[in-house]
Design a protein around this ligand. Sequence first.
Ligand SMILES: *[C@@H]1O[C@H](CO)[C@@H](O)[C@H](O)[C@H]1NC(C)=O
Ligand SMILES: *[C@@H]1O[C@H](CO)[C@@H](O)[C@H](O)[C@H]1NC(C)=O
Ligand SMILES: *[C@@H]1O[C@H](CO)[C@@H](O)[C@H](O)[C@H]1NC(C)=O
Ligand SMILES: *[C@@H]1O[C@H](CO)[C@@H](O)[C@H](O)[C@H]1NC(C)=O
Ligand SMILES: *[C@@H]1O[C@H](CO)[C@@H](O)[C@H](O)[C@H]1NC(C)=O
Ligand SMILES: *[C@@H]1O[C@H](CO)[C@@H](O)[C@H](O)[C@H]1NC(C)=O
Ligand SMILES: [Zn+2]
Length: 725
Amino acid sequence: MVHTGVLRVCCLFVLFLYLSAFTINQRPNVQDNDVDAGELREDIPEINLKSGVDLFEGDIMLTPKSRNALLDKSYRWSFPIPYILADNLDLNAKAVILKSFEMYRLKSCVDFKPYEGEPTYIHFQKFGGCWSMVGDLKTGQNLSIGERCDYKAIVEHEILHALGFYHEQSRSDRDDYVEIWWNEITSGMEHNFNKYADNFITDLNTPYDYESVMHYGPFSFNKNESIPTITAKIPAFNDIIGQRLDFSEIDLERLNRMYNCTASHTLLDQCSFEFINICGMVQGTNDNADWVHGISTPGTNEDHTLAGSCQDAGYFMYFNTHSGSIGHTALLESRILYPKRTQQCLQFFYKMNGSPQDKLVIWIRTDDGSGNVRKMKKIHTIQGDKDQNWKIAHVTVHANQKFRYVFQGIQGDNTTSSGGILLDDISLKETPCPNAVWVVRNFTEILGSTTKGHLIYSPRFYSPEGYGYGVSLYPHGLAGSIYTGYTGIRFHMCSGENDAVMEWPALNRQAIITVLDQDPDVKLRMSSSRSFTTMSSHVIASMNNISQWERPSIVGTFDPSCNCHRSMDFGWSTFVSHSQLNRRSFLKNDDLIIFADFEDITHLIKTEVPIKISEPQTHEVVLERNKRSVQNQDDTMDHFIQRSNNPCDPSPCMNGGVCVIEKGQANCRCSSGQAFFYTGEQCESKQIHGNVLGILIGGGAGTIVLTMAVLSVLGRQGNTNHMRR
Ligand SMILES: *[C@@H]1O[C@H](CO)[C@@H](O)[C@H](O)[C@H]1NC(C)=O
Ligand SMILES: *[C@@H]1O[C@H](CO)[C@@H](O)[C@H](O)[C@H]1NC(C)=O
Ligand SMILES: *[C@@H]1O[C@H](CO)[C@@H](O)[C@H](O)[C@H]1NC(C)=O
Ligand SMILES: *[C@@H]1O[C@H](CO)[C@@H](O)[C@H](O)[C@H]1NC(C)=O
Ligand SMILES: *[C@@H]1O[C@H](CO)[C@@H](O)[C@H](O)[C@H]1NC(C)=O
Ligand SMILES: *[C@@H]1O[C@H](CO)[C@@H](O)[C@H](O)[C@H]1NC(C)=O
Ligand SMILES: [Zn+2]
């Protein structure tokens, strides 16, 4: 949808420019007080070895039947896959599993639903380590998300096993691509490097993928922790094998081929304007100016998709606001879209370098009741600012029936001599918008001018409940970190205007931090995302074991830059490596974009449901019908079945769910926003803890755009040891 051949070749060229520096990182053992104990996040083999689990190929639980899951089509799942989240799982793990489901729904046709007595299902449990069985065994199967496995890419990896995939380095042609150093493998662990004949597994006609989330890292099962056991024949990929960011492009290709996926569940639309058909968007007819399909000049940041890196590519939409008259207006409308949920997030990049009086207004056009999509509703207005930088925007849309989204540019002045409104890289997903967006500009410049321990604070954000919080960015990691070449990102609470009515300490809240991969294709983004959940065991020993999540005015230190108290930060001193940041589109236009969310996940404490075997009901109805037809030639039953053949009429969905027909069956879709969570057949209200204020901020106030772009970085040379106490 997005790429032309030119674009693809060009982007590969950009990729390889970044590949020139490569090293193999060692993993020394040090302790530090953060989520990963100051170490690099361990990979599955290390986690499982430490848990005392020695499984086939590291994390595959074998059953007598499962040996040829990949080729044998009877081991493939039908969707949605029923799941149970056992209550022995860590609370953070439960939320991470649900987030991983959302990644599958966005990037493939794989879908999940809460278990309701089906004969086959995945039972997510916490055993030792992270492991799965391969394929659908048709009997209900366990999948372990153990201690320290509660991480998006690890959960995605284990679910890919369950869907029928083996490790990338066990492909029959792997010896053409990687070297296995047998003498460096811990004895007894050699079986982890088995490879399979092509009559056992299939590569689905995809090339060997060094970037696969199913590939082992270089140091898996090694004797000596500084010597690799597996290396790439093209050395540039030594730094890439074992990546645990997200699915690679080929992982998705393979998954979508195996399951014949044609559509995503939650991606409604996206456009980078690289094609002349501008993704089916249309210009308004009763306006008095037009958006122009513009092309960038190489070497500039005029376009956002390619940021000036390619010749003959890099298109964007442009509304000239300096040559017309005041009030001139130009409309750009999407095609008609059919939502499956009730809440969407419109993300786009824009630049308003004309007059500060210019406006960009976002509308949606909905059905007026007669089937025509014409009723306009204003969603959000952005005022011009003469800034030459691309900015990211998120707008929450509440559409539960067919609609179009509309961009309206309005010229505010006729005395300016240049500039206008530019739009690029638009996407519309049926998932919640990030609660807080922090843009750090000129990041490579910051990297060049700072050293280990340098700390940059974000402004204060408010969570939907009303808690104040912020992000601490350490471009080179913490002062005490033994690793070089890593950026540390940590979370802290900030005192705020709602503190008197909030619940303290703020426990069972999940902090999620994401560094955005700005790839124009939303499905190919491999953003780096990590999360932790606040627990009662997080205490400050030097303050009489007071909870770390107590009021920041009690446990924090005052910071004049936000006029608030910031609490001790908690998170990751090695969030992302500099080589990773430079490789994909993490630093497009030299902007580092960080999303930060702080969500109440108390409603996930009790999720386990008992396993009950029930006969599938449709089966019984059909049997009954056939029996009757044969017995007395009475066709009333047939009539009854035909009359009610619209399974969505009446709608079986509760609590405002939207009914959609999939493969002839009713399926409910729910708003996945702050106040609801998706549980398949029913939309269940999440209990909102705290207060009315929290509810107002979270949902009642309607559409709120929560993006905060920071134009000048709030820099501060912090003493990290002091900060961490
Ligand atoms: C799943 O784990 C449970 C223990 O919680 C065990 O009793 C059961 O046999 C396991 N199921 C399978 C299919 O191995
Ligand atoms: C690991 O390898 C390094 C580098 O070759 C060597 O100096 C060290 O002694 C080895 N350690 C062990 C435990 O063999
Ligand atoms: C995908 O399509 C092929 C060819 O039509 C079919 O043989 C296969 O069973 C389908 N797979 C699934 C999982 O539906
Ligand atoms: C600018 O707009 C004002 C008010 O609409 C109008 O009077 C004036 O002639 C315009 N100037 C130019 C140069 O178009
Ligand atoms: C704090 O907790 C630790 C571990 O539970 C305990 O050993 C220590 O005595 C506690 N300190 C105080 C001051 O209560
Ligand atoms: C970023 O760098 C550019 C060019 O060096 C400079 O003009 C601009 O002011 C810098 N922006 C910030 C926010 O520091
Ligand atoms: Zn695995």
